[in-house]
Design a protein around this ligand. Structure first.
Ligand SMILES: Nc1ncnc2c1ncn2[C@@H]1O[C@H](COP(=O)(O)OP(=O)(O)OP(=O)(O)O)[C@@H](O)[C@H]1O
Ligand SMILES: [Mg+2]
Length: 337
């Protein structure tokens, strides 16, 4: 069956893209928004999880009230329970006042639990109970307080792997995955790249009052070959930087960062070119990178290429490169900065 935006109830104009995988995502949003059950949104970093959460919120019956966002990885472990469920006066030393938690604050609206995979194990059964019973208990309290809130969750780690590793409870995972929206990586929906790039160009022109008219076709073909480890957020960043560099005119290849341009030539012909430049060079001196490429650039390219080959799976990438996940995570974070 042909998918079409016209068949959807909501208008998802903010969610650019006409690829089949993207239209399938829109169809799921349309369906799940009507349910009052918890929804899990998974996808790589920058793939659009928060934007999808906002679209779900806008279409659900709780849209009149705000969406409260909680980053489960951003709150110290010992504070999370307090933040989510609140506490009664005297619950612990220093609790001199009652504190209302986010489940109650978000009442009749949406609570978006981002990076749910990082929720500490001790809290996972408590969350599961709240999702099953729609009631919370404040820390130090005895009363069960009914809450009516639409709960959305997101993760960029593979929860099945986290379950296998004992870092995430299977029962909670089973509950979350019954309504699951899995976002494709940008490299799995390459046909949407030109429309997204144009959308960000228009947005950037507006914000900066510049008039960069167009994107050169060569730039679009470089985009088409690139692996996009940072997905849509990376594309947005690259366009906004290019608009500044292009001033007025069009975006050209030299306005792009090195690693996007690096794919312009296959590494092996470059090795040949190095050899050709010095016909006396022994063969073993040939590098698969142009002379002048720094070790840092080579490392980055090796990491991003492996990540793309492993379809964005960070655990597999780290294993294949012989480094631990945290090292990989830190390097990827540095590349984003
Ligand atoms: N389909 C889309 N159309 C237009 N813009 C999009 C689309 N998807 C994502 N974006 C934009 O891309 C950027 C990244 O999206 P978002 O913050 O939702 O990603 P995320 O998956 O939550 O990332 P992270 O895992 O890093 O938190 C945002 O600026 C968002 O507006
Ligand atoms: Mg996010």
């Amino acid at each position: 069956m042909l998918l079409s935006r016209k068949k959807l109830h909501g208008n998802y104009n903010d969610l650019i893209g006409e690829s089949t995988v993207h239209l399938k995502v829109l169809k799921r949003i349309d369906k799940f928004a009507k349910s009052d059950k918890v929804v899990l949104i998974s996808g790589e970093t920058g793939a659009g999880k928060e934007l999808v959460a906002r679209a779900l919120h806008a279409e659900n019956p709780y849209a009149m009230h705000p969406m409260v966002v909680v980053n489960c990885a951003g709150i110290a472990e010992h504070l999370i329970e307090n933040e989510l469920f609140g506490h009664e006066r005297g619950a612990f030393t220093g609790a001199d006042r009652q504190h209302i938690g986010l489940f109650e604050t978000a009442s009749r609206g949406t609570l978006f639990l981002d990076e749910i995979g990082e929720l500490p194990l001790v809290l996972q059964p408590k969350l599961l109970r709240v999702l099953q019973e729609n009631e919370i208990r404040r820390v130090g309290g005895t009363e069960q307080i009914p809450v009516s809130v639409c709960v959305l969750t997101a993760t960029n780690i593979d929860l099945t792997e986290a379950v296998e590793a004992g870092r995430f409870r299977r029962d909670l995972y089973e509950r979350l995955k019954s309504l699951h929206i899995q976002l494709p990586a940008l490299r799995e929906r390459r046909e949407d790249i030109p429309a997204l790039a144009k959308h960000f160009l228009a947005k950037e022109n507006n914000a900066s009052s510049r008039k960069v008219a167009d994107i050169n076709p060569e730039v679009l073909s470089l985009f088409d070959a690139y692996s996009w480890p940072g997905n849509i957020r990376e594309l947005e960043g690259i366009i906004s930087r290019a608009v500044l560099l292009a001033e007025d005119g069009e975006i050209l290849p030299h306005h792009l960062p090195q690693d996007v341009r690096m794919l312009q030539t296959d590494p092996l012909p470059l090795a040949d070119a190095t050899a050709a430049a010095n016909p006396n060079a022994p063969e073993y001196l040939v590098l698969p990178f142009p002379i002048g490429t720094t070790l840092k650039e080579i490392e980055k390219s090796a990491i991003l290429t492996t990540l793309a080959r492993e379809n964005g799976n960070q655990s597999k990438t780290a294993k294949s490169l012989g480094i631990d996940r945290r090292t990989l995570h830190n390097k990827l974070r540095d590349y984003k900065a």
